[in-house]
Design a binder for this molecule. Structure first.
Ligand code: CA
Length: 732
């Protein structure tokens, strides 16, 4: 079947016909393939005491056609609209929606997985890349696979040990791991077909994204631009795991020779010794694919280091940072790009979700690609050519006034760049973005894009002592700003201005149709349906349905734990199911320690599946100890030592353990860790790698003994501050 179908697809790739006739031929062939597959597939919607396990594989036509019995690709189809035509659960019936089953993932870390459903089986990923195959009707576990990842490598990740899900193709399930592997599993048994390494293990690459599969090619990128890597995306044969093509997103050292003309072109937009910290540009999340155009769209991330003044000191746009790049999917060749943030310097990635749709603009039907990247502007581009159509800010933005319609470039505010003599400034958006990886959805019924948006400002300022440090964060920005005890007023102002909202955005008018204000930022991804509903989980531990036309909240369910993942829906035995995973986590949850969402209890990673008429309950809430632990007395150290501790903590530790040593509880709260009492134990963990197998990096080559001791003094001083009690009160 694989070969038959691939050969059919080759026909229109090499037919040499004119573009229009090719399209007609392609449509005809796609339809023929779809009909063949319908005829071949068992009737999965009938009988079904035990699910049919992957008797029929998944191929391009299944993902394009997207029948309602499954959710077969990360964004449902290659267009990544995350909109389902299912309508049994509707604005009229949703009040009868209840929990059908739940499955505990056995983790208290962040869960970002989008479940994949095919032939009555649901495939989800958990912490440390464990894959579970579940009966989509009952939640019964069919198999689990633990790739036994190298947790020391995982400690080099920027943003929690998360994963966004698997891909399926043929009879296989593909999962990409935090330690850089791509693994093919037998979809029926979970046995390994092949397991390959995709990264240079001497560099801090990690993978958190979900692979996509296009015409038998498994496509995966990676992350690591905070620490210093060179981004790329690779296609591997689904059958063998052989490397088919690789596209670098930024140029390497010219002395090594350029891989292709595109890299030679891109290098002209860089200056200085930009390759030393890798340049960045990691493609760590979003992809979309247009099978008619054979274009694969890749969202590209921020620079390494962030600070453009250090990275490319004589200026330059630094292609393809913060860009959408269109590649020929069959070959990996560059076709076009659009750069959302030229000369990126604020961690304004363009790795955010991209959606393909047909929109009526100025009386013409346009094939568009849409994105709401971190920088706060919503973009509509022509996806055949990359031509800029329109852009407008979807939240408050202070770094740029608008996007120039003639050039498609942002008009920056003068104070936004924090180097070259400019002072630090508080800016919107911050590095967590106006919209991060959390998927949006597009409803062809309403014509609206539903964006999980946020306002999370940050103080940007140059790290005047920056030098590249292998294995550490290399941003060239000073994380102590707004975090120093002397600047608690600024810090409080920052936290008070945090906002999260669901925005229904009209992409033609470039204006909101409605907004729903949440309790705070970092809420879940979005699903829309032809039942006139929008589903979204929230940081404050609820899963809710909104009226797609006016934003009225019609239904919600207390999930015990905050949600960041996106929901999906599928139909089996004539009944519609909606699934979502709880498990608050990721960069925001780690770095803004202590801002545990209201109403949430300690994290429980869990898949929850809902249907009409069901009324099951979640397992009882876990007990949370709200006793404030005793902390050691502050160490007697000089102000200079304490200042050294603050700076080192902010730049090396806060990314995971929370600013001001104020962890949100996903990983150990250092304020109350008994380890702080012992200089020796503290040193053994931080500089001796004693907890490397649990994901705590070894800082031996990054921090000296004296600095590590200063960090201990700082952490204990914070534990003795008034914010301790405040933290524990938030649980009560
Ligand atoms: Ca980043």
């Amino acid at each position: 079947m694989i070969r038959e179908q691939m050969s059919v697809i080759q026909i229109f790739k090499h037919a040499g016909c004119g573009q229009q006739s090719c399209r007609t031929l392609k449509r005809f062939i796609m339809l023929a393939i779809a009909l063949m597959l319908v005829a071949c597939q068992p009737a999965t919607d009938e009988g079904a005491s035990a699910p049919e396990i992957a008797n029929s594989g998944v191929f391009t036509a299944d993902i394009v056609r997207a029948d309602n019995s499954g959710w077969r690709s990360h964004g449902r189809t290659y267009s990544e609209q995350r909109h389902s035509p299912l309508s049994e659960i509707s604005s009229k019936t949703v009040s009868d929606l209840g929990l059908e089953w739940s499955f505990d993932l056995g983790t208290s870390r962040g869960i970002e997985t989008t479940p994949i459903v095919h032939n009555g089986i649901m495939y989800v990923t958990s912490t440390w890349n464990i894959v579970h195959a579940l009966d989509a009707r009952t939640g019964a576990k069919l198999w689990s696979f633990d790739p036994k990842v190298d947790k020391a490598q995982a400690g080099k990740g920027c943003c929690d040990v998360v994963n966004r899900g698997v891909a399926i193709w043929g009879q296989s399930v593909f999962t990409a791991t935090i330690d850089g592997r791509l693994i093919s599993l037998n979809s029926k048994t979970g046995e390994v077909n092949w397991d390959i390494n995709t990264i240079d293990k001497t560099k801090p690459y990690t993978i958190t994204g979900a692979p996509r599969v296009v015409d038998g090619k498994v496509i995966i990128g990676n992350g690591g631009a905070e620490l210093g890597v060179r981004g790329y995306i690779t296609a591997y044969s689904a059958e063998s795991g052989d490397l088919l093509w690789r596209f670098y997103t930024v140029p390497g050292n010219p002395a090594d020779g350029f891989e292709n003309k595109t890299m030679e072109m891109a290098a002209k937009t860089w200056t200085g010794q930009y390759w030393q910290a890798g340049g960045g540009g990691t493609a760590w999340d979003s992809m979309a694919y247009d099978p008619e155009l054979d274009l694969l769209y890749v969202g590209v991330g921020n620079g390494s280091p962030w600070n453009h003044g250090i990275r490319s000191p004589e200026g330059g746009d630094n292609l393809f940072l913060s860009s959408i790049v269109a590649l020929r999917a069959s070959t990996g060749e560059y076709v076009w790009h659009y750069q959302t943030t030229p000369a990126e310097t604020w961690d304004y990635t363009a790795t955010q979700h991209m959606i393909l749709a047909e929109l009526e603009i100025d009386g013409k039907s346009r094939k568009v690609i849409m994105q709401a990247p971190k920088n706060g502007f919503f973009y509509v581009l022509d996806r055949e050519t990359g031509e800029f159509i329109s852009a407008k800010n979807f939240v408050t933005v202070t770094w740029a006034s608008h996007i120039d319609e003639d050039t498609g470039r942002p008009v920056e505010n003068k104070f936004a760049r924090y180097y070259g003599g400019n002072k630090p400034n508080i800016q919107l958006p911050g590095p967590l973005g106006a919209h991060n990886w959390h998927p949006m959805s597009y409803s062809p019924d309403t014509g609206l894009v539903y964006i999980p948006a946020q306002e999370a400002p940050w103080v940007y300022g140059e790290d005047s002592e920056y030098r590249y440090t292998q294995g550490a964060w290399n941003t060239g920005t000073d994380f102590t700003l707004g975090m120093l005890p002397s600047q608690k007023a600024i810090f409080a102002a920052l936290k008070a201005s945090l906002k999260g909202r669901l925005i229904a955005w009209d992409p033609v008018e470039q204006a909101p149709a409605w907004t729903f204000e949440h309790n705070g930022p970092w809420n879940g991804g979005v699903l829309s349906t032809s039942g006139g509903l929008v589903f979204q989980g929230t940081a404050d531990a609820h899963f809710a349905a909104y009226d797609a036309t006016n934003g009225e909240r019609l239904w919600r369910f207390f999930t015990q734990t905050g949600i960041v993942a996106a929901p999906i829906t599928y139909e089996l035995d004539g009944e519609q199911f909606v699934a979502v995973a709880s498990g608050w986590g990721g960069s925001y949850a780690l770095v803004t320690g202590g801002v545990l969402p209201t109403g949430s209890v300690a994290n429980v990673g869990r898949v929850m599946v809902f249907k009409l008429g069901a009324s099951n309950a979640l397992p009882p809430l876990p007990k949370t100890d709200v006793t404030v632990p005793a902390v050691p007395e502050s160490l007697e150290v000089s102000d200079d030592v304490l200042a050294m501790g603050v700076k080192a903590y902010a730049n090396r530790c806060s990314i995971c353990h929370g600013d001001q040593a104020y962890s949100s509880g996903l990983i150990p709260n250092l304020r109350y860790s008994p380890i702080t009492k012992s200089r020796q134990a503290w040193q053994q963990i931080v500089r001796g790698g004693a907890l490397e197998d649990r994901g705590m990096p070894n800082f031996e080559t990054i921090l000296d003994e004296e600095t590590v001791e200063a960090i201990r003094a700082y952490v204990i001083s914070e534990a003795n501050s008034d914010r301790g009690a405040e933290f524990y009160q938030s649980f009560q």
